[in-house]
Design a protein around this ligand. Sequence first.
Ligand code: 3PG
Length: 215
Amino acid sequence: MAVANAGPLTPHAVMTDAPVIPVIVLSDLAHAVPLARALVAGGIRMLEVTLRTPVALACIEAIAREVAEAVAGAGTVRSAADAQAAAMAGARFAVSPGYTHAVGKACHELGLPLLPGVATGGEIMAAQEDGYTELKFFPALQAGGLAMLKAWQGPFGDVKFCPTGGITAANAAEFLALANVVCVGGSWLTPADAIAQGDWARITQLAREATALKG
Ligand code: 3PG
């Protein structure tokens, strides 16, 4: 596919490929490839594999190697070392739960598109200072939800967000309707029980429903 195989990605390309970026937690390497294929079959190619489990990097590596249509990214990137390890594993983008200049600098140096996590005006300003204007709003629901995003449209009108945290099939559309929201992130496309049972058809169906959301 064009985005998967074309040259360097931009944060914009990561955010606009589909209305939802799935936040994936994998504890078994054997699940990585079939899960990625199931999401791709439903139209979701940008996959955020969180660095929260011992097999996360191996999962990114497997997806990058075996699922050409997918674009494996790393989530929960909290340090320069995480960014480095993610890039080495073949991650094509990174997502962080908060923002530090160290993570921003490391991703710039690695040429790794980063969606930095922010929850306050100060964090937005710090990310902007380092050239980041496409940001993850995390944890979206807990940190102010729709009202916060609307408030940010004034002072941060040039910033685009991917709200993540508490977003579901039921409330995603309200977020996607905001002018400063490009896509949303969430774990609802990859329920732990569906992964454990190898219920890939259910995951493809959830992905299909997500791609049908208005982005
Ligand atoms: C996370 O970090 O786990 C993500 O933000 C997902 O949050 P969610 O489970 O509320 O979608």
